[in-house]
Design a protein around this ligand. Structure first.
Ligand SMILES: Cc1cc2nc3c(=O)[nH]c(=O)nc-3n(C[C@H](O)[C@H](O)[C@H](O)COP(=O)(O)OP(=O)(O)OC[C@H]3O[C@@H](n4cnc5c(N)ncnc54)[C@H](O)[C@@H]3O)c2cc1C
Length: 408
């Protein structure tokens, strides 16, 4: 599969074509998302074929498949729970990177306890009217649509009165405000809804069945986070990101120039390897490099176990949680080892440093990884309850109507 893919890249890569055309070519060849099913632009590929394809794109140093939450979570949700009509409408734009999606779950009063979401959706004929606020919405400014969980019935207990929609973000009732982070980026946003509208045709699954779709989305997020984006150079999907009509040659040059901050967590292991090769490591540092490698290998095997379980219809929530913890464990070791290897330079920030300041940028980004996609503590709770059979986490309000639960 590796040689076949390299040959395909040699024949098809053309620095002058647009990103839109490149992603269309990749999609036509079923190389963007090989593990997706054949009816949705994939190959139903095995793990080893998938790895070979990703490696071919990385080695060729060309742009890889579209990245973002739309392909990480929106596409699997659409393929699994969408109606045939929704699948026809949404899948092509996701697969070819024409649309980027964001995840409208967290609220100021609902993070780990996401079932407490209070953003309202009220029925108005064939539409729903949305009022409320979301927060920490990654990539909202670059997104065409959002996966929205909203409260549709306040008389039901909190897990039972939620409904899941795919909402169009380009409308007057939605205001998006960026939030500045300590690493200098503004990766996530607050999103305000004031009489925003979503069609009932864009509801995924039944009214008040949103919790099931929400937890499935989180499962795709947690297992996918540790997998990282596909091989090759990462470029965000979506018309709003403004890159679709630029030439791929220009985007590759730009990405290499900005290599110091490719994204917040990506590529740190290979950067550490590069730095480690230029220094004499202490036994403890060597041990931690090996731990990182082992963490990667275990994550790979756990991923295989999870795919097999998903294919046979088994519940994968606890395994997805272990995948997320593999990811953050690796990032924590990398964070500490990275600045340690750099010594005094580890305290500086800037592009004129070893590895163009990637390690320091990563150090400032890392705390968010333990929170994103559900905090590490919450993943431990899920593993304790669902895999180890420990007593359930305390919950005071599982059967109380949402409207009667005291809130700030
Ligand atoms: C980089 C990043 C990107 C994000 N992107 C998105 C996004 O795109 N869309 C979106 O909707 N949200 C997003 N989030 C939000 C994220 O999902 C929430 O921050 C997360 O679920 C935690 O919620 P919270 O911030 O309200 O913290 P809280 O839930 O208030 O938690 C605070 C602390 O209490 C601990 N805690 C809470 N409950 C328990 C418990 N039962 N047992 C043990 N400890 C507990 C937590 O571990 C945490 O340390 C993102 C967050 C980050 C950091």
């Amino acid at each position: 599969m590796y040689t076949e893919t390299r040959d395909w890249i040699t024949t098809n890569w053309d620095r002058d074509i647009t990103l839109r055309d490149w992603w269309a070519r990749m999609n036509d060849a079923c190389l963007s998302f090989p593990r997706w099913p054949t009816e949705w632009f994939g190959r139903n590929a095995s793990q080893s074929d998938q790895s070979a394809i990703l490696k071919a794109f990385s080695d060729a140093d060309v742009i890889g498949a579209p990245t973002g939450l739309g392909v990480l979570m929106g596409a699997p949700i659409t393929m699994t729970y969408g109606t045939p009509e929704q699948q026809q409408r949404w899948m092509p734009a996701l697969a070819t990177g024409v649309e980027g999606w964001c995840q409208l779950f967290s609220e100021p009063g609902a993070g780990s306890d996401l079932a407490s979401a209070s953003c309202r959706a009220e029925r108005d004929g064939d539409e729903w009217v949305i009022n409320g606020q979301k927060v920490w919405t990654s990539g909202a400014l670059d997104s065409t649509r959002g996966m929205l969980v909203a409260r549709t019935d306040i008389d039901q207990p909190k897990h039972k009165g939620l409904t899941y929609f795919i909402i169009d973000l380009e409308q007057p009732g939605i205001e998006i405000r960026p939030i500045k982070q300590m690493n200098g980026m503004a990766h996530f946003n607050e999103v305000f809804f004031t009489d925003a509208r979503v069609s009932d045709a864009d509801r995924v699954s039944g009214v008040n069945n949103g919790w099931a779709i929400t937890t499935a989305t989180l499962g795709f997020e947690r297992s996918g986070l540790s997998e990282g984006a596909g091989g090759g150079i990462h470029v965000s999907a979506g018309t709003q990101a403004g890159l679709l009509d630029r030439s791929v040659g220009e985007l590759v040059a730009k990405s290499k120039k900005a290599r110091s901050h490719p994204d917040e967590y990506g590529g740190v292991f290979s950067t550490l390897l590069e730095i480690a090769k230029t220094r004499t490591l202490t036994p403890s540092q060597r041990n931690r490099m090996v731990s990182l490698y082992m963490n990667e290998q275990i994550a790979g095997y756990t991923r295989l176990r999870m795919s097999a379980a998903a294919k046979s219809g088994k519940e994968t929530g606890a395994v997805a949680s272990t995948m997320k913890l593999h990811w953050t464990n690796g990032l924590k070791i990398s964070r500490d080892l990275g600045v340690e290897l750099l010594g005094a330079e580890g305290m500086l920030v800037g592009q004129d440093l070893p590895a163009e300041g990637t390690v320091q940028h990563f150090f400032l980004s890392m705390p968010s990884a333990s929170i994103a996609g559900g905090s590490d503590e919450v993943q431990h709770n899920i593993i304790g309850e669902r895999a180890l059979g420990l007593p359930k986490d305390m919950s005071l309000d599982p059967n109380t109507a949402f409207k009667d639960i005291p809130r700030n």
